[in-house]
Design a protein around this ligand. Sequence first.
Ligand SMILES: Nc1ncnc2c1ncn2[C@@H]1O[C@H](COP(=O)(O)OP(=O)(O)OP(=O)(O)O)[C@@H](O)[C@H]1O
Length: 352
Amino acid sequence: MTSVHAHPDQPAVISAAGLTKTYTFHDQGAGLAGAVRSLVRRRYQTRLAVDSIGFTIGRGEVVGLLGPNGAGKTTTLKMLSGLLYPTSGQLEVLGHSPSRRRPDYLRRIALVMGQKTMLWWDVPAMESLLLHKEMYDLSTAEFERNVDELAELLEVRDLLNVQVRKVSLGERMKLELMAALVHGPEILFLDEPTIGLDVVAKARVRAFLAEVTRRHGTTILVTSHDMDDIEALCSRVMVIDHGRLQYDGSLSGLVHAARPRKLVRATYARAVDASPLADLDGVAVGGGGSDQTVSLEVERERTGDVLEQLTRLGPLVDLDVADADVEEIMRDLFLRRGTVGVAGSAETEEVR
Ligand SMILES: Nc1ncnc2c1ncn2[C@@H]1O[C@H](COP(=O)(O)OP(=O)(O)OP(=O)(O)O)[C@@H](O)[C@H]1O
């Protein structure tokens, strides 16, 4: 499969080269025997979680970080936001080295992890927001302006004075986003922002994020296992597997490369003979059709010709032309791990 390497037009706000993270951890054997043995002789293991990845992200880009469980996505976000030191490689975000965690860097970014909360559980969200005001040294005017805007966009004004433990999961996620954005960060790192939310809440979160980036040019790097999030928000995706950057480009480029064929399904008012279509170049007749339905996989550039042929077979009742389902494509890619084309670019060269 080919891959597209995106070159953002905007000035780079994130640049990484040869970015690598190896975890070293203490391997304690199972049970009491393992615990006792580990007191006498410690065994250490290493795991290469992120393996020499390189990319640049321009201001205002919304980039999806995709990959199966354990691929290295969270580790990458943690390095970018300064929670983890890289083991090696170069990393610059907004002109800073994130792991130094300088206040003037932290003021310009935010990290939201769908599985973790940054709100105090036992008090209303407003208390946490006020803490953020102090932490980030926001003026009262700036704080009030940001709270007003975010509360309106997220429709959470009534929730700000309710104890956080009493709000629903979807409402809490909105409040988390509010807390993350109240200091007006330029870059937002999001790790599974819609995890566990129902379809309506997910759609609200996506619409909110799209509006934030439209209004403020916020750069977003988001991980999600929900391909609807990625389709709705991201102009570009990076696929990571086994810690390696496997693809960097548009989502449609990935879809086209993975499934160059369109799915066509025609339904007729009476039984038709579809056998002549099987002889056409770039057409595969799918199974599961009846005498009255014809299912085909058609190379994109042949779609027009084939539709014309289908109209000639008999009286059409319904005609459906679709790209393969993105969710399904990702499932296939991850099942066939390592088959996505590696982005060939100087930025992905190893520097270790
Ligand atoms: N603190 C740690 N110590 C040791 N290994 C770790 C640690 N954190 C993560 N790992 C390992 O590093 C690899 C990458 O983990 P990471 O959490 O970055 O993956 P991910 O792509 O975010 O996965 P998921 O989709 O499941 O969240 C995994 O093999 C994981 O087990």
